[in-house]
Design a protein around this ligand. Structure first.
Ligand SMILES: [Zn+2]
Length: 90
């Protein structure tokens, strides 16, 4: 009974994590929460470049860098495997 509940929670957590990873893969960038996408913050009349997004108004979502690093590594590995197979067939 308790085990079933735990498995259910774990499963739901896994599904949510997978959904989030897919979402981050498709949309890794979001409005900078500090400047609301303006790229600068008013500070005593003088507008200063937002330090968080460096004036772009956009920041990466948490885990976006990690996810894309993983995707790039997987792509590289797949390409290397294909190339190795082509070499072998020559
Ligand atoms: Zn910003």
């Amino acid at each position: 009974m308790i085990l079933q509940f735990a498995v259910g929670v774990a499963l739901r957590f896994l599904v949510a994590a997978a959904a989030y990873l897919l979402f981050v893969l498709v949309k890794p960038v979001r409005h900078c929460p500090k400047c609301n996408g303006w790229g600068q913050r008013a500070k005593r009349r003088r507008r200063r470049q937002c330090a968080r997004c460096k004036g772009t108004g956009k920041t990466f979502r948490p885990a976006a860098r990690l996810v894309h690093k993983g995707a790039a590594a997987a792509y590289k590995q797949a390409r290397a495997r294909v190339r190795a197979r082509m070499e072998a067939e020559k």
